[in-house]
Design a protein around this ligand. Structure first.
Ligand SMILES: Nc1nc2c(c(=O)[nH]1)N[C@H]1C(S)=C(S)[C@@H](COP(=O)(O)OP(=O)(O)OC[C@H]3O[C@@H](n4cnc5c(=O)[nH]c(N)nc54)[C@H](O)[C@@H]3O)O[C@H]1N2
Ligand SMILES: Nc1nc2c(c(=O)[nH]1)N[C@H]1C(S)=C(S)[C@@H](COP(=O)(O)OP(=O)(O)OC[C@H]3O[C@@H](n4cnc5c(=O)[nH]c(N)nc54)[C@H](O)[C@@H]3O)O[C@H]1N2
Ligand SMILES: [Mo]
Length: 760
């Protein structure tokens, strides 16, 4: 029997629209932040908690991965950071009595919003085979249950260990160590659905899969291009940095199918001018591109730059790169007509961009999910690398690649070895330090884990955070796959859909969040995180934990490891659980760049990890040089009468956690089942503003998937493109629709048909 689909929220069928706003942040944003926070935490706790966000001695905001400035303001958080904190520091509780009242079937019928609103999990809970509800279970018994299932597997590769990007460096390091001592590289993570395409493209071309700029570089840039990103909602503190960059003389080009309010004007809530006036205009040139048109845009720009005598940095190209001739030949083939078809941009627009590019010596390109979640995401990002290499914009101040990461420690988790494709050098270091023989074959990523679960090749699914079934593509397929597991385990702070769609048996293990005190027998502990720019710093929670039965993530891993590995492991798990300094000592010996970890992380602001291309123009690629690449230009083909759909975030959510039903900057309130369509496209399809439609995605293998009952919103998006929120639209994303090389779900370009229907 398939899992019950989640119900729509009672108010969801009544979204109201007022049209997009043209500026972000400002006083109203602070007001919204405070209102949400006080609803969840009360006035005193709100003030005490929010003042410690991103401060030395405080905790790292569990919101996004944008870096903190060296001298943070007194309130170094944003509206959405405040919501993330309030979600975690809420006073509401999900207790054993709650689970006594609600069957799993009942919970499966609730919306994600409702589940999240119930509060923090307080007890380990167990769903026995055949039972209709979770019951409380002691920690020891929980670990016994997991150990029994893991040890009964025919091979360690029949277990999967997922990670979401909030996990600290210490917990992540221990978790991957445990999985590898157990014997598998099946360590998929949310990166697989997120910036994997960036990692793939950057590792191949520059030799390092991370961004190459620091915060100071933004302030020195002449030109910043922000492509496929909505920082006003998802990285609000980035707007402060962009404002500062502009004050220092930078120009900004925004590339996006949607006019996002945050990139239009910014009213800095931390300055008098920002509070009082109309704010700073940020974007100098807005390129309203069609979904998936970015590779074609950058290819043509590259041709135009090459054709302009003297515009390229010939000495840099000669000295530091390979593949230029082949790339230049491919670039020369770019033409205006095809670029117009791919991008929808006019010649005037592109010539304006070119003029700004040629007038700028130092250029930074920032991007996020708008570029990474397409079939041709990897070649698109490689084209951006070509663009920067052409004029020597890698490895000098004020220039470089800036993939803006999502979850607050997603980059750190990777640095700690959370990956299904570990580098041999990392495994060698692990083997040397811990005296075991780590598995060498690559493991399963997110999409391959779902396939393996679906095909009965995986029996145990363990998740360190996240909401796997809601965040993953092809919801129906993923949920059925999950139900085939023998055991599913979730280490979680809050209730979510993944607790309702389970294997034959299931466990929920409640854990501490960032904001909470973590005290072991050795005393108060802190953890460390790495931001989007490779800065590592400490994070200390101060709040009383949500309940006396919670364990920290490191404690959960260490106790599980002792129980599962027993005598087979010589790793001092008990010591690690007790004192995180002992973990950091090992990290320092295994992971490059962490020498003297304990001392350096004690400094306010922490320290920067080395980045060879940025620091010394050294490219640790196969050839020792940066690579120009010449992939064929691709863009999505859209048949007559169809639109391209992107699935994106509203202003009132954190991934699958829905904070509320408003998307303020886009002028949508009171509901999430909306689809944004250009008025001219809507007219051609006979869809009046406010009418209802079913969305049906058409996949190349002839299969179709439908999400019913979306309200049509006439909206100034690029022609031929539509937008609707994730995770409601994940049912439309075929499991096989992934990016080449990175295998990231292509959730930003789905061919859809809209079928008018009546109001629900
Ligand atoms: N408040 C809040 N903060 C968050 C999150 C959250 O959910 N809520 N999520 C966190 C995570 S994990 C991540 S990864 C980031 C996500 O941060 P974003 O990437 O900003 O998130 P999305 O909402 O997916 O927005 C994608 C943006 O790219 C544009 N876009 C889509 N397709 C294309 C395209 O083909 N070309 C171009 N040029 N633009 C395109 C969309 O119009 C939209 O503006 O945010 C992080 N921070
Ligand atoms: N269609 C579509 N799908 C997408 C995307 C998209 O743009 N479109 N974006 C993708 C992206 S970029 C990402 S990153 C993924 C996100 O995928 P995930 O990271 O798996 O999902 P989240 O919604 O961030 O996970 C929320 C849950 O994490 C748990 N949690 C919160 N804090 C903590 C903590 O400190 N410790 C532990 N153990 N648990 C905690 C809570 O129980 C909460 O319910 O989704 C991807 N899916
Ligand atoms: Mo993400």
């Amino acid at each position: 029997m398939p899992a019950k689909p989640p119900a729509a929220d009672p108010v969801q069928d009544a979204p109201v629209t007022t049209g997009p706003e043209h500026a972000a942040a400002g006083v109203s944003a602070i007001g919204h932040a405070m209102k949400t926070a006080q609803r969840q935490m009360g006035v005193r706790r709100t003030a005490l908690t929010l003042l410690r966000v991103n401060q030395p001695g405080g905790f790292d905001c569990p919101g996004c991965a944008w870096p903190e400035p060296a001298e943070p303001g007194t309130a170094e958080f944003c509206e959405n950071g405040a919501k993330a904190v309030a979600e975690e520091a809420t006073l509401r509780r999900v207790t054993p009595e709650f689970f006594e009242r609600h069957t799993v079937d009942d919970l499966a019928g609730r919306s994600g919003y409702w589940l999240g609103q119930q509060g923090r999990l307080t007890h380990p809970m167990y769903l026995p085979e055949g039972a209709d509800r979770y019951e409380p279970v002691g920690w020891d018994r929980a670990f016994d249950l997991i150990a029994d299932e893991l040890c009964a597997l025919a091979s360690p590769d029949e277990a999967v260990f997922y990670t979401s990007g909030r996990t600290s460096n210490e917990a992540a390091f221990l978790y991957q160590l445990f999985a590898r001592e157990f014997g598998t590289n099946n360590l998929p993570d949310c990166s697989n659905m997120c910036h994997e395409s960036s990692g793939s493209a950057l590792t191949e071309t520059l030799g390092v899969g991370k961004g190459s700029v620091l915060l100071e570089d933004l302030y020195r840039a002449d030109l910043i291009i922000v492509a496929g990103q909505n920082p006003g909602t998802n990285h609000p503190r980035m707007l402060t940095a962009l404002e500062k960059a502009k004050a220092a003389g930078a120009k900004i080009i925004t590339v996006n199918p949607l006019p996002e309010a945050g990139m239009e004007r910014f009213k800095n809530p931390q300055t008098a001018r920002g509070l009082a006036g109309g704010g700073t205009p940020l974007t100098d040139l807005f390129l309203q591109i069609r979904l998936g048109g970015d590779q074609a845009l950058f290819r043509l720009l590259n041709k135009l730059v090459i054709n302009r005598g003297g515009a390229i940095d010939a000495p840099f190209i000669r000295r530091h790169t390979t593949g230029f001739e082949e790339f230049a030949a491919a670039a020369r083939a770019a033409d205006w007509e095809e670029t117009r078809r791919a991008t929808g941009l006019s010649r005037t627009d592109i010539e304006r961009a070119l003029a700004m590019i040629l007038a700028s010596r130092r250029i930074i390109v920032c991007w996020a999910m708008g570029l990474t979640q397409h079939k041709h995401a990897v070649p698109t990002i490689k084209e951006i690398v070509n663009f920067l290499l052409l004029r020597g914009n890698i490895g000098r101040p004020g220039a470089g690649v800036c993939p803006v990461r999502g979850h607050s420690n997603v980059q750190g988790d990777r640095t700690m070895g959370i990956t299904e494709k570990p580098a041999p050098a990392f495994l060698d270091a692990l083997a040397g330090e811990f005296g075991f023989d780590p598995p060498r074959e690559p493991g399963l990523d997110v999409v391959d884990s779902i396939r393996a679960l679906r095909d009965g090749r995986v029996g145990v699914f363990f998740a360190m955070g996240g909401n796997f079934v809601a965040a993953s593509p092809d919801t129906a397929v993923t949920e059925d796959a999950m139900r085939r597991a023998r055991l599913t385990v979730h280490v979680s702070t809050k209730l979510n859909r993944s607790h309702c769609v389970t294997g034959a048996r299931a466990l929920i293990l409640p854990t501490l969040g960032r904001t909470e005190r973590d005290v072991t027998a050795a005393g108060p502990q802190f953890v460390t995180v790495e931001d989007s720019m490779g800065m590592v710093h400490a994070s200390r929670g101060r709040l009383k934990p949500a309940g006396p039965h919670l364990l920290s993530e490191p404690a959960i891993v260490c106790r599980l490891a002792r129980r599962v590995l027993g005598e087979l492991s010589t790793t001092p798990w008990a010591e690690f659980e007790n004192d995180y300094r002992a973990v950091r000592e090992r990290i320092a010996r295994v992971v490059p760049g962490f020498a003297d970890f304990e001392t350096r992380v004690a400094r306010p602001g922490g320290f920067a990890l080395p980045h060879a291309p940025r620091d010394e123009r050294r490219f640790p690629t196969a050839s020792g040089k940066a690579h120009f690449t010449a992939a064929p230009v691709e863009y999505p083909a859209v048949p007559e009468g169809r639109l391209l759909l992107q699935t994106l975030r509203s202003h009132d959510q954190y991934n699958t956690t829905v904070y509320g039903l408003d998307d303020r900057y886009r002028g949508i309130t009171g509901g999430r089942r909306v689809v944004l369509v250009h008025p001219a496209d809507a007219r051609e399809l006979g869809l009046a503003d406010g009418s209802y439609t079913d969305l049906t995605s058409e996949w190349t293998d002839g299969t179709e998937r439908t999400a019913p009952g979306f309200r049509v919103v006439h909206y100034p998006t690029a022609r031929g493109c539509a937008a609707a929120y994730y995770p409601e639209t994940n049912v439309l994303v075929p499991l096989d629709a992934t990016a080449d090389t990175s295998n990231t779900p292509a959730s930003k370009s789905l061919v859809i048909r809209l079928t008018p229907t009546t109001a629900p």
